[in-house]
Design a protein around this ligand. Sequence first.
Ligand SMILES: NC(=O)c1ccc[n+]([C@@H]2O[C@H](COP(=O)([O-])OP(=O)(O)OC[C@H]3O[C@@H](n4cnc5c(N)ncnc54)[C@H](O)[C@@H]3O)[C@@H](O)[C@H]2O)c1
Length: 349
Amino acid sequence: MKRITIETSSPYEALIGENLLDKAGKYMREAGIKAKKAFIVSDDTVLALYGRRVKDALSAAGYAPFTLAFEHGEKHKTLATVEKILSTLCAAEITRSDVLVALGGGVAGDVCGFAAAIYLRGVKFVQIPTTLLAAVDSSVGGKTGVDLPAGKNLAGAFHQPSLVLCDTSVISSLPENLYSEGMAEVVKYGMIKNAAFFEKLEAGNADTENIVETSVRTKAEIVKNDEFDRGERMLLNFGHTFGHAAEKLSGFGMSHGEGVALGMVFACRYAEETGFLREEGLRGRLESALARYRLPALCPFTGKELFKAMTNDKKRFGDTINLVLPRRAGLAEICPTPVETCGEVMEKL
Ligand SMILES: NC(=O)c1ccc[n+]([C@@H]2O[C@H](COP(=O)([O-])OP(=O)(O)OC[C@H]3O[C@@H](n4cnc5c(N)ncnc54)[C@H](O)[C@@H]3O)[C@@H](O)[C@H]2O)c1
């Protein structure tokens, strides 16, 4: 088992290894979580798959387990779901010395984390990610929240978990498309901060434990330097600005991972056009790495179309866009760019 300390204002550990689910309660006790009640928040699919194992593991360590499942899917990452969780917490008489457990993908983690951030002005919570995306990204770093009708992740709070338990046997058995979703973020870590990891991914030489461990270490390093997203943490948006525009243009028929994948390739094209990219052939290498994990490289929209979709809600970034562009493999930088200049470059792509 691997242990990584996430050094935020309230430090915690991420444990990564096989079959950790069955000892979840033991690891929570070891992390100093003294609660009497442990309230598991999950979606219906994940609760059916893993709820019993986690509940038994919590009971074995002396916690009284409760469960609440919401219907799976992004469309349930809402204030209504959080309200339902809060009401159920009240009914179960959960106090500030109890603990919440987010069991599932990024949606369960985000809604449970947000409920934990605001219930009684903040209670402890534990992340047990069951998708690759949640393991390598959303379970670490303390961003929690929900979508609003006006857009994704518009309401939320920073609230760090007390422990992250990542059971790699659960992740390895994910359906292929869900595994690919997470791999888009994994390839991103290699591109922005770790050339050796990128090479390993290109060659297909990394197993799930290795992938999760290196990704979590990379994210932890960035979060440590910028917990509240005012600087370096923006690096994690690599591929996301262009990717999100493509997702929007596709009417969200394109998945987030697909958007990030082709958004990263588009960022390479942008950086080639402006001379920012210093490594010849990097775009081709990225495309092959993405293909290995069944992720697309080709953007079905023109630069002009993407730019229009990006700047639709101009008030978000004013006159400047913080583009994240690659310099070479393992190194990306945040480039504040006048919106006008960005538009001129994208017109050519
Ligand atoms: N907080 C953050 O820092 C952060 C970072 C990145 C993404 N996110 C958020 O994460 C969400 C996406 O996460 P996601 O892709 O995990 O989506 P998700 O939580 O909806 O999970 C995807 C689907 O997989 C199912 N599932 C989960 N684990 C499974 C397993 N082991 N086996 C079979 N099926 C399983 C779920 O029931 C669901 O239907 C988005 O809402 C996004 O905004 C948050």
